[in-house]
Design a protein around this ligand. Structure first.
Ligand SMILES: NC(=O)c1ccc[n+]([C@@H]2O[C@H](COP(=O)([O-])OP(=O)(O)OC[C@H]3O[C@@H](n4cnc5c(N)ncnc54)[C@H](OP(=O)(O)O)[C@@H]3O)[C@@H](O)[C@H]2O)c1
Length: 254
């Protein structure tokens, strides 16, 4: 079916920031959504369809190249183009100093948080080049700062920031941005509060618990709207940048 709507791929779209972004885009875009939990993903897809989007889903693990290729193929088969890709899926664990972490858990976290976005960029760049589209890699303040007990996550997000810079230089047709959501009220923050004692120093853990208790987390829908605005309207001259949700340029996109 043909449509003038932009086509946006979002990973990690079953819940949290990814689902909020999908809902924010659904009145304006057609969507290809991915996550591992089929029923929860279907529920997000149904909400988006109800708001007018044509929606396709891919159930799969972003750590696998098959998922990246399936997302690119599904978008092309259904819509014949890709205008934006949002590599949002991510995991925090394992917590703890490296020598205390399970080796397979470290390998998996790196696969999800940096190998997956790299493979997704590889699979979708030809279509993004053709559409002069946007690639938004969802990063974190942890990619710039040091959070004790989060070595694998911090390293993966730092690598994601640099991957974004190199893609921006390699592929000038595409606007590539690393987006930092800030501390957002999702399952990921709940996991820090519930499981952070298994490896995070108490000062760091208290900071996250206090921020939550004081109402300092961002609302996922607000963050999802900002991410959606970047995917549709980020300016070419921003390519390669790391952009935080609090950056006034996002609010100015409307
Ligand atoms: N929340 C924050 O405070 C915060 C702060 C900075 C950065 N971030 C970043 O923002 C992004 C979204 O975080 P969130 O807070 O929305 O997390 P969340 O609530 O835990 O949701 C994570 C999403 O990613 C999906 N996902 C996780 N592992 C996956 C895998 N291996 N394959 C496919 N999908 C996978 C999950 O779905 P399934 O479980 O169904 O697969 C879910 O849809 C992440 O990249 C995170 O690092 C979050």
């Amino acid at each position: 079916m043909t449509s003038d709507r932009p086509v946006v791929i979002i990973t990690g779209a079953s819940r949290g920031i990814g689902a909020a972004c999908a809902r924010a885009l659904s009145p304006k875009a057609n969507l290809v959504l991915a996550a591992r939990s089929d029923l929860v993903l279907e529920s997000t897809a149904n909400e988006c369809s109800a708001q007018g989007a044509q929606v396709k889903t891919v159930v799969g693990d972003v750590a696998r190249n098959e998922t990246a290729c399936a997302l690119a193929d599904r978008a092309q088969e259904a819509f014949g183009r890709i205008d934006a890709v949002i590599a949002n899926a991510g995991i925090l664990t394992p917590f703890g100093s490296l020598e205390s972490c399970d080796a397979q858990a470290i390998e998996y976290a790196l696969a999800v948080n940096i190998v997956g976005p790299t493979l997704l960029a590889r699979a979708t760049l030809p279509a993004l080049r053709a559409s002069k589209g946007r690639l938004i890699n969802v990063s974190s303040g942890a990619g710039n700062g040091v959070i004790r007990g989060w070595a694998t996550y911090c390293a993966a997000k730092a690598a994601l920031n640099h991957l974004t810079r190199v893609i921006a230089a390699d592929v000038p047709e595409v606007t590539a941005i690393a987006f930092s959501p800030g501390m957002t009220d999702t399952d990921m923050q709940a996991q820090i509060r519930d499981q952070g004692d298994k490896g995070m120093p108490s000062e760091e853990l208290s900071f996250f618990q206090r921020t939550y208790a004081e109402g300092g987390l961002r609302d996922a829908d607000e963050v999802g709207k900002g991410l959606a605005a970047l995917a549709l309207f980020a300016k070419k001259e921003w390519s390669g940048e790391y952009i935080d949700i609090a950056d006034p340029r996002i609010a100015a996109l409307g």
